[in-house]
Write a protein of this length. Structure first.
Length: 258
């Protein structure tokens, strides 16, 4: 039986690796290619790279960077950042990425997801949804790095993306991002129960119990995190880390997982 995937999310700002708190207050972490080398040694399941400034700056994630990751990484990886055309996706896949992540443009042009999945197959197209609570606890989708509200409901939009051919959903809580206080488990559960495609939990993971709860109580298919894999200790010293195979078995409480 295959265990759930555990995925580091690495944020790019310029040529550097950064970590955010609630999609702001960015802290420089180090060189992203060096992080890839460490995750190789730690045998990470897969990696996600997101260029957080690409959409705002009306460009795409650097193809040179994607090629460097492709040359170095021993695991599958997905990339996102300003992807808006079929050619954009073709470029990052040709450069070595296994999956293309669409965020803001999926909101602006939902039919693009159908076009992309028809060309590349659903397994290649991932839609990332960033969610923030509004007044009275209502949850809405935000785009352009969490700077622009859309008024859209994340559950309804996730269902639309599945209908349009997305192969996977990353559901990310802006309120929880970088706080290391646990995922928004209710949000994950609400989305996971309404779609049949894999849902990746993101935003707020602090410890192994958060991973377990996201899978076993909120029905996510995989778990992702940023701070959890780049910080260590009470003072958040920078240290790239990842659970061992034995630790992963313990996290999900099943020794039968491969």
């Amino acid at each position: 039986m295959f265990r759930p995937r555990v995925i580091p999310i690495l944020l790019l700002k310029g040529l550097g690796l950064v970590k955010s708190i609630k999609f702001k207050d960015y802290r420089y972490i180090g060189d992203p290619i060096n992080a890839v080398k460490i995750f190789n040694d730690l045998r990470a399941d897969e990696l996600v790279f997101l260029d957080i400034m690409a959409s705002k700056q009306k460009r795409t994630i650097s193809l040179e960077f994607v090629r460097k990751v492709g040359d170095e990484a021993n695991m599958p990886f997905a990339v996102g950042g300003g992807l808006r055309t079929i050619q954009d996706i073709r470029n990052v896949i040709s450069a070595g990425a296994e999956k293309a992540i669409i965020n803001s443009y999926a909101i602006e042009n939902p039919t693009f997801i159908k076009q992309a999945s028809d060309v590349f197959g659903s397994s290649t197209i991932v839609v990332s949804i960033d969610v923030k609570k509004k007044y009275m606890g209502k949850k809405h989708i935000y785009i352009f790095g969490g700077s622009k509200p859309t008024g859209l409901d994340p559950v309804s939009f996730a269902k639309l993306m599945e209908t349009n051919g997305a192969g996977e959903i990353i559901i990310n809580s802006i309120d929880k991002d970088g706080m290391m206080s646990g995922y928004d488990f209710d949000l994950i559960r609400e989305v996971s129960k309404e779609v049949t495609i894999p849902v990746v939990a993101a935003g707020g993971a602090s410890n192994d119990d958060d991973f377990n709860k996201a899978i076993n109580e909120s029905y996510a298919s995989a778990v992702a995190a940023g701070s959890r894999f780049v910080y260590h200790g009470a003072r958040n010293a920078v240290l790239v880390n990842y659970p061992s195979v034995e630790e992963l078995k313990m996290i999900f409480k099943n020794e039968d997982f491969i």
